[in-house]
Design a protein around this ligand. Structure first.
Ligand SMILES: [Zn+2]
Ligand SMILES: [Zn+2]
Length: 584
């Protein structure tokens, strides 16, 4: 054994550079590269939760000033739900930031800079901005699958709202084969994307849990029959695959992709023995030549129908090279048919179905103006298409009744407006509409030209009245002598002095000044006349050898008055007496 010193390795004192810092937490997005990738609005809600602030606070106080965003979302306090439910500004904003436009790009760039992440664009549809039009792309309301929320809760995964739930053509959860919910089971209201209480999985108003175990949740619906499931299932799957594919693309597909693929698949279809006319793209006349030339983008629902009938996925249509030629001897498959009513939101059974029919029958039995189908659906917290699916006869009846009633109301409105055009003096539009109990906006909507004429006539008449009034006031100012008071002129014209002053401030000022000057002149004149009279009486008294005292002069005045109190008269009299040689 030796006691030789132990040699330890030397430490390098070089300091490692700290990783770059970000202003907000670099929260990892959920599900990138999977069909269930979360939406950017869901990410924003989670980001706010991670910072222990409400999402409105995060947006208004942090993101808006830093990103220079144009429109702040309106913060809805949970106690006062906005009119129109979740279709407020915040829902519109959520559609914009999850979408594929300029606003989505601004939010993604800004949030990536603040969080230090580089993958937030996959939480939006920005990858597909050149090939998908925005029309009908997003659902008007927030929808969710209660079973998915319940799964997230039981597995301990963070709650999130997948981007695929926001897409309008998707109506069911692919995994659980059940329709989405769009109204909170507790407060029966649609959700708001950004509110003081919004967080994924909970009601944005009262914080109720939206998962399958929520109190008062609807009983689990029967899985739809295989045939009814085919189309909605395929739509959900193919759009999920689209979102899944986004991060793996080298670059976003360019705009000409749709035109090229459409032309190629059409040609392929013809070459395979199927005439292009067999591709059914809906009842309206399809402008396929515009799509083929790239002048128009295909709307999402038509794009899906096309892909379904071509038996390809949407990703394949938008990213894979189109087919070049048909193998000789290939036999085309008959086109699968797209079911027309394939999007019934759920299977209604028992009491709910009864309630649906009862409500429709009650609406039909109501006297007075017929209610709309939409109003009935809203009262039942259902979609209109659900009513159509379960009671088409009653719906047809209700719609027909309302159409007839609306047509009659339009006729009445037309007669009312026509009559108003012949009235003299011309009435204002508001009065005409009040008389007929018609909203002014509706009159403008149906008969803009008549409304314009009524408004023009009333405006002309008003202008004429104004000119007449102006001329009367001008006459009083410049011509009348003695100049009258403003009050007298107003009374003569049936107006108040204030209204004249408001409309003709200069003329009224002149009138008052002129009246004032006239009054002053009158006063001066009376004063001089009185002085002259005093002088004449004093001279007459002097000629009689009588002392012209104040009292004697006053007694002889034509209109007796107390001149002793007027210093000017006294001074004038004294001056005269001095001239005449009287002692004072
Ligand atoms: Zn689900
Ligand atoms: Zn609620």
């Amino acid at each position: 054994m030796t006691d030789a010193p132990i040699r330890f390795e030397a430490w390098a004192p070089a300091r490692a550079a700290p990783p770059p810092r970000s202003r907000l937490y670099s929260l990892e997005p959920i599900g990138i590269g999977t069909p269930e990738v979360e939406s950017l609005s869901s990410y924003l809600n989670r980001l706010a939760q991670a910072h222990c602030v409400t999402v409105t606070t995060l947006i208004i106080h942090e993101l808006r000033p830093r990103l220079g965003l144009p429109a702040p979302p309106k913060a809805h306090p949970a106690s006062t739900p906005p009119r129109g439910g979740g279709r407020g500004l915040s829902q519109h904003l959520a559609r914009q930031i999850n979408g594929l436009g300029r606003i989505a790009a601004m939010w993604v760039d800004g949030l990536e800079a603040l969080t230090g992440r580089r993958d937030l664009r996959f939480l939006t549809l920005l990858t597909w901005r050149a090939v998908l039009p925005t029309r009908h792309l997003f659902a008007p309301r927030i929808r969710w699958c209660p079973a998915c929320f319940e799964d997230q809760r039981t597995t301990g995964h963070p709650r999130s709202m997948p981007l695929v739930w926001t897409l309008n053509p998707v109506t069911c959860c692919v995994r659980h084969r059940q329709p989405f919910q769009s109204h909170c089971p507790v407060c029966h209201q649609p959700l708001v994307a950004f509110s003081g209480r919004s967080r994924p999985g909970y009601c944005s108003r009262y914080g109720a849990w939206l998962g399958a175990a929520a109190p008062g949740a609807l009983p689990p619906v029967e899985p739809p029959a295989a045939a009814a499931w085919h189309w909605p299932g395929w739509v959900g799957t193919t759009l999920g695959h689209l979102l899944q594919a986004a991060p793996r693309l080298e670059r976003p597909p360019p705009r000409e992709t749709v035109a090229r693929a459409f032309t190629a698949y059409h040609a392929h279809c013809s070459a395979a023995g199927r005439p292009p006319g067999t591709v059914d793209l809906g009842p309206q006349r399809v402008r396929s030549s515009r799509w083929a030339q790239g002048e128009r983008l295909m709307q999402i629902d038509l794009l899906l129908r096309f892909c379904w009938q071509m038996d390809i996925s949407l990703v394949q249509f938008l990213t894979a090279p189109p087919p070049v030629r048909v193998p000789p001897g290939a036999v085309a498959m008959p086109p699968p048919s797209v079911p027309v009513v394939a999007t019934v939101p759920g299977l209604l059974t028992g009491p709910r179905r009864e309630a649906l029919r009862d409500a429709l029958e009650a609406a039909l039995a109501t006297a007075g103006p017929p209610v709309s189908l939409r109003a009935v659906a809203k009262r039942l917290h259902m979609e209109t298409r659900t009513l159509w699916a379960y009671a088409p006869d009653l719906c047809q009846h209700l719609v027909h009744r309302r159409t007839v009633s609306l047509a009659q109301r339009r006729d009445r409105m037309h007669a009312l407006l026509e009559h108003a055009l012949r009235e003299d003096p011309p009435p204002v539009l508001r009065r005409v509409c009040q008389r007929g109990a018609v909203p002014t906006s509706m009159a403008w909507y149906y008969y803009p030209e008549l409304c314009r004429q009524i408004v023009a006539r009333a405006a002309g008449e008003r202008q004429q009245r104004f000119l007449t009034l102006q001329r009367a006031v001008e006459h009083a100012v410049h011509e009348e002598t003695p100049p009258p008071t403003l009050k007298a002129v107003a009374a003569r014209l049936g107006r108040s002095a204030n209204s004249l002053r408001q409309h003709f401030p200069t003329l009224c000022g002149q009138l008052t000044a002129r009246h004032h000057a006239y009054q002053q002149a009158c006063l001066q004149q009376r004063h001089h006349a009185c002085l002259e009279e005093i002088r004449a009486i004093a001279l007459a008294l002097h000629a009689q050898g009588v002392f012209p005292s104040i009292n004697r002069v006053a007694e002889q005045l034509a209109r007796p008055r107390n001149i002793a109190s007027n210093a000017a008269y006294i001074a004038a009299l004294r001056h005269l007496r001095r001239e005449l040689g009287w002692k004072q």
